[in-house]
Design a protein around this ligand. Sequence first.
Ligand code: AMP
Ligand code: GLY
Length: 434
Amino acid sequence: MATALPSSVLVVGSGGREHALVLALGASPAGPRILCAPGNAGIAEIAACFPVAADDIPGLVVLAQRENVEFVVVGPEVPLSLGLADELGKIGLPVYGPTADGARLEASKIYTKKLLLKHNIPTAPAAFFDDAEAAIDYIWARRMPIVVKADGLAAGKGVVVAQTHAEAEAAVRALIALKSQSKFENQKSKILLEDCLVGEETSLLVVVSGRDYVILPTSQDHKRIGDGDTGPNTGGMGAYSPAEIVTPELLARIEREIVRPSVEAIAGEGIDFRGTLFIGIMLTPDGPSVLEYNTRFGDPETQAVLPRLASDLLELLWAAARGTLAGYQLEVKPAHALCVVVAAHGYPEAYPKGDTILLPVPSDLPPSTVIYHAGTAKNAAGQLVTAGGRVLGVTALAPTLRAAADAAYAACDSIRCASKYFRRDIGARQLRRS
Ligand code: AMP
Ligand code: GLY
């Protein structure tokens, strides 16, 4: 890499993904100072945290200047959509995370669907509506199941896979109600209806810098709250890497049919994308098909993928931000990682906050096991307490997926918290196959 690595890095966000980013960036041989805004109780143990919200764009710009930060790595989608990278770019600060035009690939499902269709990138056929009644008429003329999507960012609540006409109609009405409260004014009532794809999903994280890219190790998320993929969708309840269902041959096909055309299509739109293109892919019997793009690292995929990198994450993200990614050779550990999300009971609906958490001391953890913090805080008495729906992410790295699962679950069992809930079957599909 041509340019010297930055000596200070600001990570924006407060979840398990950001804890994993902070830990991996801090492990760089360059020894950077790591700052985080706003962070959480776990991040505060390894980085300087500042109480600036991830969507406070002016506050983050002031913080970056005041602290003489040399590089900013953005975790969540909202600050990207609000133009954080654009504003930091104006003061000459390198950023990992796309500008608002690139973030639109996540913020607008209709924009992305049109881009995919225009470039013949495999994706489910879809129809677009501005008006709920027209969408509902269309639904009643179609065969079920059908997938109902709201156009804008909806914190994971914008997609319903409807099995019946009545369910699809109700989903349209609910999305309209949800979007009428949206702060993204221009996305209030747009609806996308698409054919339901069947298969297993995989998350592909791609570090993109203009027309150059590096594909990170494969992973698979577990979106539903309950064991056996039951119950409502969540932000993600656990992940593992590698996802062996994506064989080297299948990955080559995905790169040829999806990754390369996507990167070219985005660059062709005039977007100088420097950040993570997270491609949600359905592995259908007819081949891989794009479900969505996100324009950031996945959560909890990141907590399973980053521990497997042998390369210096700081060097990789810095090269992407600086436009020097061409020829980058990623090095990956030949190990399996498995991350179990520990949530507060009740998530993704209402859940308690402020429950005390007792973590095992690090020396009592199985080897190569890390507890990432997500929704954690310290109370007035200095105790660690729950402060969000997804509370912790427990990742173990081991020579086999079975050993990783055993270690991660042993650690989960040793965490004491009255409201703790986690799925017992993370990785089960791959374990059954192997
Ligand atoms: P999205 O935010 O578009 O990825 O959708 C969230 C989740 O809804 C995906 O991870 C899938 O589980 C499901 N989903 C989205 N689109 C489809 C589709 N066309 N067919 C089947 N499931 C889908
Ligand atoms: N785990 C899915 C996501 O980050 O959107």
